[in-house]
Design a protein around this ligand. Structure first.
Ligand code: TXA
Ligand code: MG
Length: 318
């Protein structure tokens, strides 16, 4: 089936209340009609996701976005500058969004993805799609269709294959001052768009939330340790931190000059975006065999911060 017919088929499934895995530029999402409680419930069930963890709602244009959420001035500027793209904005929700989608919160997370297949699918549906990452709850996000097939293949109605995700880490999540729980603009999750880019576009600073109260989660997905690999993952900055008797795998940030059988790397060139793109697929590959892993942290700027954030959540907390 060609891709147009596949998108038509997927839209039909979604209209009938089914769930479809779709490619986005960040990671694959597991989509359902955001305004249908029965359809959204299927996402939670397929992922084994607790109902307290709200979903991101994906739109294909501003009219659709305004039908589910209220945009303040800062949100308007961010949407104008970064959409379509890997930015999720927390906004005051409208009544059209059911409680199950937002885990009962008064706010809704909204994103306009840039991947052409996601964009065309949403437009074809004509309604917004709730879509968390298409992985079992607590595992690492999928960056190609095979990752979804391996883990959720028998639980979804269809998987649209859009190749490898170009960004490779989940979207940056921001909370504009108008809905912020702490007054100022917040970054709830590091992603491909960094704090400096956001500040330059909006003319205000974005800081990290000070409070992380599980009872009133600012970003529930951010609190727990996501992706617990079967192998223990340790982080390092400098090679000298690896114990001399360590016999497991070593993931370098950039390809080392001398490569041993146990060496892997996140980027050939040292580019933080390339590292982000490769991160999840490499961790999945390494997780197929046993053996501890030492992984080098990325430089602390741009998408490197998102890489370090995901690594620290995946690392062994003994
Ligand atoms: O790149 C992405 O954002 C991918 C693709 C598929 O778009 N989606 C994704 O969804 O990463 P998910 O479910 O894995 O992460 C969504 C997170 C939640 O765990 C929560 O932390 C935050 O978004 N979130 C959603 N709604 C929220 C709200 N109203 N307030 C605060 N945080 C919210
Ligand atoms: Mg996720």
């Amino acid at each position: 089936m060609d891709i147009d017919s596949q998108i038509d088929e997927a839209a039909k499934i979604l209209r009938e209340g089914g769930i479809v895995a779709m490619p986005t530029e960040t990671v694959y999402g597991l989509a359902a009609d955001a305004c249908s409680p029965t359809a959204v419930r299927k996402i939670f069930e397929a992922k084994g996701r607790p109902f307290i963890d709200p979903l991101i709602v994906h739109v294909s244009d501003m009219q659709m976005a305004r039908s589910i959420a209220v945009f303040d001035d800062i949100a308007e500027v961010l949407a104008e500058k970064f959409w379509p793209g890997p930015l999720t904005i927390i906004l005051k929700k409208k009544a059209s969004v059911p409680d199950i989608t937002t885990a009962g919160m008064e706010t809704v997370a909204v994103r306009m993805p840039a991947h052409p297949i996601a964009a065309r699918l949403i437009a074809r549906c004509g309604f917004a799609l709730a879509a968390p990452s298409a992985n079992p709850f607590g595992y690492i996000s999928p960056t190609c269709a095979a990752h979804v097939r391996d883990q959720l293949g028998d639980r979804v109605d269809m998987i649209l294959d859009g190749g490898e995700c170009s960004r490779g880490v989940e979207s940056t999540i921001v909370m504009p001052p108008a809905v912020s729980t702490e007054g100022g603009a917040l970054i709830l999750r590091h992603g491909p768009i960094c704090a400096e880019e956001l500040a330059a576009a909006a003319g205000i600073n974005f800081s990290q939330p000070k409070k992380a109260n599980p009872a009133h989660p600012v970003a529930p997905g951010m609190l727990k340790s996501h992706y617990a690999p079967k192998s223990k993952l340790f982080l390092f900055k400098d090679l000298s931190e690896i114990p001399e008797d360590f016999s497991g795998r070593v993931v370098h940030f950039v390809r080392p000059s001398k490569v041993l059988g146990r060496d892997y790397w996140l980027t050939e060139s040292g580019d933080v975006n390339e590292a982000a793109r490769n991160l999840f697929a490499l961790l999945r590959t390494l997780d197929k065999t046993r053996g501890d892993i030492y992984c080098q942290m990325a430089p602390d700027f741009g998408a490197g911060r998102a890489v370090n954030d995901r690594l620290s959540r995946a690392s062994f907390k003994g």
